[in-house]
Design a protein around this ligand. Structure first.
Ligand code: GLU
Length: 568
């Protein structure tokens, strides 16, 4: 019986970070496999040795694992207690650079059968013909000169080591792609050219490698971005020539920015250039970028700064660069579940209603795995809606239990915000969780809520209006209460949020004032401002010594203020 198990694959080229569009492709490949009880395979397309790197491969694998898009087959990796990948069907290796022999075997077969042929023209000859065609406005296409060389001579010249490329002899009939999303797409033979399947350097081209691998790895369904649709007739031609079955194809809609432009790494550069211009900054603020380079970069739309320089520049300009790659979203403090939920909707409509009649929008990986189908995928481009994603993320954060929030926040800060991880333990963050998780849309935002606790006691800046309102107004009643409070809080044994709240309540009662009358002076004294998490949490997180030091500093500050205004 034929094996009908669905096998999908994601096949990134490790030439940089994982783009968010790549993550969407991987997610829907995964979903298609799971919804059909099949397997999701990961293959690394590293035949472009110049541009590929191991660091990029590692980053891509890590990003996928972090998102929870676990691959059943492919490079093996341990991630947070899960073992990903492996080769149960013995179809590896999963790195194309390790499969050159397999490609050469297929290419040899095609040459011997006359379905592909070596072409020995020098690059200069081809270039001259291309120029002629452009001048004559006829459009360039390889003229098949090499086809006139007899088969045995072709093979003899290859075996003698003569410089050549190998081209596929394209069929004379049209090729139809039966796409699961776009329907039938037919390309006529006039539009074909005998494209290269092995380059002069002996490496196969993407078209050959991808097609051989999909066949030998038993891939039954190819899910990829619509930008690859143009390649698919070529892949079908290779399958036909090698006698391989054609898998199902599904080309996903492109992802655009809201303004209809392509969502690309370059957007970060554009944002930085604009900010530099707005700030009228003429000299490089970063020592590693010389004046000439800086000016050249600013002038030239196409010139991009390396990622780390760009981040440094963004730091100096105090701007945030748009997130484009999964790593950007990770460091900004998006949660995998919110990202996956949003990415699944980027092109897929579950066409299901909630009980209240609204469209189902919030769902997890289990729902996606159980319900995904190409029927819900549209063909027109999807627009990346950052506001919606942010709101998904905020909702996801707010819905976490305090314990879960403290854990993800702590794990995140270990990787992305050492200021927090060095200052606070997970238990500290648990204390702050109730206040923070409802006030931030990303984990990075959390820093704003607890900024007061991250600064040194002597760096608290007092907001003039808040000081006046809480401490000076009403004949300095607030200041009097604060001084009394300082003496009592200094001797409170149990410095936990609950004990502090109880003490504040007791203090308010014995001084016959409302809670706010004491809470605000204390809050302003320890944070500098009138807004902070609940007072018990605010003080507990600072610790007794800090609270006392900050109150003393504030008392002194107010004293100096009132003295100078009295003198004035
Ligand atoms: N390595 C190709 C890419 O990253 C894969 C294309 C495909 O899925 O066939 O775009």
């Amino acid at each position: 019986m034929a094996n009908t198990e669905t096998i999908t694959r994601f096949a990134p080229s490790p030439t940089g970070h994982l783009h968010i569009g790549g993550a969407r492709t991987a997610l829907l490949c995964w979903a298609q496999a799971k919804a059909n009880g099949g397997k999701f395979l990961l293959r690394i397309e590293d035949t472009d040795q110049q541009r590929s790197s191991q660091a990029s491969t590692r980053g891509i694998l890590e990003d996928l694992a972090w998102l929870g898009i676990d691959w059943d087959e492919g490079p093996e990796m341990e991630f947070e207690g899960r073992t990903l990948g492996g080769d149960p069907r013995d179809v590896g290796p999963f790195y194309q650079a390790q499969r050159l022999e397999l490609y050469n075997k297929s290419i040899r077969q095609l040459i011997e059968e006359g379905k592909a042929y070596p072409a020995f023209e020098k690059p200069e000859e081809l270039e001259a013909k291309r120029k002629e065609a452009i001048a004559a406005k006829t459009g360039y296409k390889y003229d098949r000169s090499a086809l006139s060389i007899p088969l045995d001579e072709r093979i003899a010249r290859i075996d003698a080591g003569e410089d050549h490329v190998v081209r596929l002899r394209m069929p004379d009939e049209p090729i139809t792609v039966h796409d699961q999303i776009l329907g039938d797409v037919t390309v006529k033979p006039e539009e074909f050219d005998d494209f290269i399947i092995r380059k002069r350097d002996g490496f196969p081209t993407y078209h050959l490698a991808v097609t051989v691998d999909d066949a030998l790895m038993g891939v039954t369904c190819v899910v990829r971005g619509q930008e690859h649709l143009i390649n698919t007739p070529r892949h079908i031609a290779i399958q036909q020539a090698l006698g391989f079955a054609t898998p199902e194809y599904a080309h996903l809609p492109l992802i655009f920015n809201q303004d209809g432009s392509k969502m690309s790494k370059r957007d970060k550069d554009k944002t930085a250039k604009k900010a530099v211009r707005d700030a009228k900054m003429e000299h490089s603020p970063i020592s590693e970028i010389g004046h000439e380079d800086f000016a050249g970069w600013l002038r030239d739309k196409t010139r991009q700064l390396p990622a780390d320089r760009l981040n440094e520049l963004a730091g100096v300009l105090a701007i945030e660069l748009p997130e484009i790659e999964v790593e950007d979203f990770r460091s900004a403090g998006y949660l995998p579940s919110a990202l996956n939920n949003y990415l699944a909707l980027l092109g897929w409509n579950p066409k299901t209603k909630n009980e209240d009649g609204t469209d189902l929008e919030h769902f997890g990986m289990d729902y996606l795995a159980g319900n995904f189908s190409f029927r819900g995928v549209g063909s027109s481009p999807s627009k990346f809606d950052r506001v919606k994603l942010l709101s998904f993320n905020g909702d996801t954060i707010a819905a976490l239990s305090d314990e879960a929030f403290a854990k993800v926040w702590h794990d995140w800060s270990l990787r992305h915000d050492h200021g927090i991880s060095e200052r606070f333990s997970e238990t500290d963050l648990l204390t702050l969780a109730p206040a923070v998780k409802t006030r931030c849309k990303t984990l990075r935002d959390g820093r704003k809520v607890i900024g007061f606790a991250l600064i040194h006691d002597c760096d608290v800046e007092f907001d003039g209006k808040s000081v006046h309102k809480a401490l000076i107004k009403s004949d300095g009643k607030g200041l009097e209460l604060l001084k009394l409070f300082r003496d009592q809080i200094g001797s409170l044994e149990d410095f936990t949020p609950d004990a502090i709240e109880a003490m504040v309540k007791c203090f308010a009662e014995s001084n016959e004032v409302g809670m706010g009358k004491i809470a605000q002076p204390v809050r302003v004294a320890v944070t500098g401002a009138a807004v902070s998490p609940a007072l018990g949490q605010t003080l507990a997180i600072l610790g007794r010594d800090s609270v006392v030091t900050r109150i003393d500093r504030c008392v002194e500050h107010v004293g100096a203020m009132t003295n100078s205004s009295n003198e004035g």
